[in-house]
Design a protein around this ligand. Structure first.
Ligand code: FAD
Length: 457
């Protein structure tokens, strides 16, 4: 069978690329080695983590906040089995949805592991499939510590952490990045004693310093313990758990039941046979040009296995662009307009340049802030931690960065995305009407504050 396009991997990069290619009239197949479609994101990443974050946020609200609203909730209990079951049902609904989309767009779903047998063919379960073009979207895998391999029971990656059979009493989280703090939040809300060990002096590297500092303070207030500038040196088994030896700023040791290793992910190209066909890798990533073409031009690559932030929506945007390029259209991705979100409470979201990056580029910037304390809707919700920070640059003060820590930051950041996409400036945002009272008024006020025209701050 000869296809126009074969996509390898059905994550948010692969399945979106396959649907778009088929929509454009290309004969398309998508090969997936797991039983369930949707990749890391739907099965063991974005979706199960957000389902558990949502459930535990309700629980934390009932326990800690409801009484401030005059709601007494005696005897609030967690049924962890039910919570996990609900998470699995959410995952199943969405992964079945991907299968439905393949049918709708006539994408041939092929179950099995793909291996290149030549530059124009792959083997799947002994069957040879040929195509004029390939899109590799095989994603990434969690990195293990060399002296502490995953058993997914007591030493877990995010995958194991999202499927624990019971709530652990103690969890040490190695790595204070996005995945570490999100999963730590889930279990902390369920009563697990959490210790986060981070080599750097700050958490969530890459985000604007003001957000990172603020998130650290808020998470500490929520009861999470942090060891920053600290490295896990040794882990010894004890009583079914571990004694961890920590080195660095705060040398110490601690006992834990479960260790979550969340030190990052690496591109996954195992078993694809890329070396045999001479496809070029760089530090494990597939090297691509601006059109997502690898060193073999009709083999494209997208998502976590090429450079850039490992994000589902980045993978999807690249999937659409690659499919359009193959179909002879102009596909492109505006990387400046790709938001980053952390689904803690409060949420953290950012887009564009951080203050440090803008200064390093010698941009002529102005900065505006609005604390959610000053936002009437946040006051009504009783959710006032955090702020909006906007960065405008150049003569017209176009928005080049927006950084939000606060309620619904994941939704609010879309305004920053649209402003960056459409090259809006701070004045245009400050002078656009917002519904009142809304959290989004904080964005308008931050822009106004930068320009000295806010009438509410
Ligand atoms: P993947 O989703 O990893 O999909 C790759 C697919 O390829 C897999 O299904 C795999 O089985 C398949 N495959 C691999 N090799 C072969 C082969 N040889 N043959 C056939 N199939 C193969 N991102 C966000 O944007 N927002 C979030 O909130 C978010 N939360 C996350 C939470 C966690 C805990 C984790 C781990 C990740 C999270 N991410 C989030 C990141 C997101 O999941 C990834 O960026 C995204 O899934 C990458 O998509 P992809 O299509 O490149 O690869």
């Amino acid at each position: 069978m000869k296809y126009d396009v074969i996509v390898i991997g059905s994550g948010p990069g692969g399945y979106v690329a396959a649907n778009r290619a088929a929509q454009l009239g290309l004969k398309t197949a998508c090969i997936e080695k797991e039983k369930s479609l949707g990749g890391t994101c739907l099965n063991v990443g974005c979706i199960p983590s957000k389902a558990l974050l949502q459930s535990t946020e309700h629980y934390a609200w009932l326990q800690k906040e409801s009484k401030n609203h005059g709601i007494e909730c005696a005897d609030v209990k967690v049924d962890f089995t039910k919570m996990m079951q609900r998470k699995s049902e959410v995952v199943k609904g969405l992964t079945d949805g991907v299968a439905g989309l393949f049918k709708k767009y006539s994408v041939d779903r092929i179950d099995g592991t793909a291996k290149f047998t030549s530059k124009n063919s792959v083997d799947v379960n002994g069957q040879t499939l040929e195509a004029a073009n390939f899109i590799i979207a095989t994603g990434s895998e969690p990195i293990a510590l060399p002296f502490l391999p995953f058993d997914e029971k007591t030493v877990v990656s995010s995958t194991g952490a999202l499927a624990l059979p019971k709530i652990p009493k103690k969890m040490a989280v190695i790595g204070g990045g996005v995945i570490g703090v999100e999963i730590a939040s889930v279990y902390s809300r369920l009563g697990t004693e959490i210790t986060i060990i981070e080599m750097l002096d700050f958490i969530c590297a890459g985000m604007d310093e003001s957000l990172s500092k603020s998130l650290l303070q808020i998470l500490k207030k929520q009861g999470l313990t942090f060891h920053l500038g600290t490295k896990l040196a040794k882990a010894e088994k004890k009583n079914g758990g571990f004694v961890l030896t920590l080195e660095g700023k705060e040398p110490s040791s601690l006992e834990t039941e479960v260790v979550l290793v969340a030190i990052g992910r690496r591109p996954y190209t195992k078993g694809l046979g890329l070396e045999e066909i001479g496809l070029k890798l760089n530090k494990g990533f597939i090297e691509v040009n601006g059109n997502f073409q690898s060193s073999i031009p009709h083999i494209y690559a997208i998502g976590d296995l090429i450079e850039g932030p490992m994000l589902a929506h980045k993978a999807s945007e690249e999937g659409v662009a690659a499919a359009e390029i193959i179909a002879g259209k102009q596909g492109q991705v505006n990387y400046m307009a790709i938001p980053n979100v952390i689904y803690t409470h409060p949420e953290v979201a950012s887009i564009g340049l951080t203050e440090k990056e803008a200064k390093e580029k010698n941009l002529d910037i102005i900065i505006g802030n609005c604390a959610f304390r000053a936002n009437p809707r946040a006051r009504c919700a009783g959710d006032t931690d955090g702020f909006v920070k906007v960065i405008g640059a150049g003569l017209k003060k176009h928005l080049v960065g927006m950084h939000i820590i606060g309620p619904h930051a994941s939704e609010l950041i879309s305004e920053g995305m649209m402003a960056i996409e459409k090259r809006a400036n701070l004045q245009e945002i400050a002078q656009s009407p917002n519904a009142h009272p809304t959290f989004s008024e904080a964005i308008k006020e931050a822009c106004g504050q930068a320009l000295g025209i806010s009438v509410n701050l």
